[in-house]
Design a protein around this ligand. Structure first.
Ligand code: ADP
Length: 272
């Protein structure tokens, strides 16, 4: 028997309220998605197409109006504990040091919460090890305002991973960073994922980012919010930044840009 899919959306539709449902106004519709264990997927599409809505469904913050969602073999019926999240704004608490920010989920999420006092030393070591891995050794005891934007975002990724989630959800995590810092963070994420093989769902506007990082890229359309293209990224791994200068890479980026341009009614050459 083949292993069940880690993420399994079966014909999922969501209207935000009963009134919208009665008028058949769905934010996302007919989403079918099957993701294997450990797979890295990226979702790209124009603003307002339903990417955040999809994330809310995948974390159990919203229940579908129709259809079924299973994650890690379980029906999703409420907020998931097996996932970690990071967003465009790092949102670190300014009065906590970097390591204390990273420890936050362990203070909040069970089963860690009830063990936190007893195991604090072990948890703190875990947070410090993660911070070192992402190049923040020496900054653990600094406050967020003493870190650059890129460093804060690294810390927020550590915070998303500290409770060792099976799934990492990233909503435009590198959108606010300059191009060099962004590429550094791609490599950090690639290395963490290669080592730990959690599932990743990355929402991004950056097509190069999606092609560099993901195993599979999905393109969403707006009104209705649907997955209209599924593109497997067959570039061999491990992938280095050098790959972004190859023809194979830019052909895929161009192809995706063409799909998005078509959705927006623009030719492939125009900016997506
Ligand atoms: P994206 O993240 O791709 O920008 P969203 O998921 O935020 O898109 O939005 C998808 C659609 O759902 C849009 O038409 C948006 O107006 C609608 N929408 C988003 N949030 C709500 C909400 N809380 N109530 C009603 N409609 C919403």
């Amino acid at each position: 028997m083949t292993a069940p899919h880690f993420v399994d959306f079966e014909d999922v539709w969501l209207a935000y309220d009963d009134d919208l449902l009665a008028r058949s106004q769905f934010a996302v519709e007919a989403i079918d998605l099957q993701v294997r264990q450990g797979e890295f997927i990226a979702i790209v599409g124009p603003s307002g197409c339903g990417k955040s809505t999809f994330m809310k469904l995948a974390t159990g913050l919203k229940r579908p109006s129709r259809g079924r969602i299973r994650i890690d073999g379980e029906s999703v019926t409420g907020p998931l504990k097996i996932s970690g999240m990071a967003f465009q704004a790092p949102s670190l608490l300014p009065w906590r040091t970097t390591v204390d920010n990273v420890l936050l989920p362990l203070e909040i999420v069970e089963p860690h919460r009830s063990r936190f006092r007893q195991r604090r030393a072990e948890y703190e070591q875990r947070a410090r090890d993660l911070l070192r891995k992402v190049g923040l050794g020496g900054y653990e005891d600094k406050f967020p305002w003493q870190l650059s934007g890129g460093m804060q975002q690294r810390a927020s990724i550590c915070r998303a991973l500290v409770h060792e989630p099976k799934m990492l959800l990233l909503d435009e995590p590198f959108g606010a960073l300059d191009a060099f810092t962004r590429e550094e963070l791609w490599c950090i994420l690639r290395d963490l994922w290669t080592e730990q093989r959690f599932n990743v769902i990355l929402v991004t506007h950056d097509l190069r980012e999606s092609v560099f990082l993901a195993d599979t890229v999905y393109v969403m359309s707006r009104s209705p919010g649907r997955f209209v293209v599924r593109r497997e990224i067959d570039l061999p791994r491990p992938r280095d930044l050098e790959v972004t200068y190859t023809k194979g890479f830019s052909d895929i980026v161009h192809e995706l840009r063409g799909h998005i341009g078509a959705l927006r009614g623009q030719p492939a050459g125009a900016a997506a």
